[in-house]
Design a protein around this ligand. Structure first.
Ligand code: FES
Length: 165
């Protein structure tokens, strides 16, 4: 039975040029969405290294979302196709490690799609809520370290703010 008090922690790696702006738009347009997503801005979905995802999951996230520009609209030409390939491979690996596929998603949201992004976030939060906590971070304590640890993902990978080809 699922814990009714469980609030999933989702890490969202969002592309600066589209999905991050969609989240901004959702905020300014007062579109409500679940507050369970900790958004980390990256310059492109193609810059999300698999280690970012693994770190997020091992540091206490119950799920990870990558959000980028629609195929054909990446500001770095074809980097979101790279994100797509990486996602497919990493997803397969994570599933083999026992992760439920609902916990790891790649979505597309343009800067104008605040509503769609909000709906995708709500859907993911509800799906992960049904699954319950991930329980990978065995030594995790809810004492404020989670926020610090999740922030460290960005600090450790500051180069994520630049796109390398
Ligand atoms: S710039 Fe948005 S996915 Fe590449």
């Amino acid at each position: 039975m699922t814990d009714p008090t469980f609030e999933p922690k989702i890490v969202g790696f969002m592309c600066n040029w589209c999905s991050y702006r969609a989240a901004d738009l959702a905020g300014t347009a007062r579109i409500k969405y679940a507050p369970n997503v900790r958004i980390i801005r990256v310059m492109c979905s193609g810059r999300v290294d698999p280690t970012f995802v693994m770190n997020a999951l091992s540091l206490g996230a119950d799920g990870v979302m990558i959000a980028g520009c629609h195929p054909g609209e990446c500001h770095y030409v074809d980097q979101n196709y790279k994100a797509m390939r990486r996602y497919a491979m990493l997803r397969q690996t994570l599933v083999q490690m026992g992760l439920e596929p609902e916990r790891f998603r790649l979505i597309w949201a343009s800067a104008a799609e605040g509503q769609q992004l909000a709906e995708a976030i709500d859907t993911m939060v509800e799906d992960v809520r049904k699954l319950g906590p991930l329980h990978w971070p065995a030594n995790w304590e809810e004492n404020g370290q989670r926020e610090h640890a999740l922030e460290s993902i960005v600090r450790e990978h500051e180069e994520a703010m630049e796109v390398k080809r």
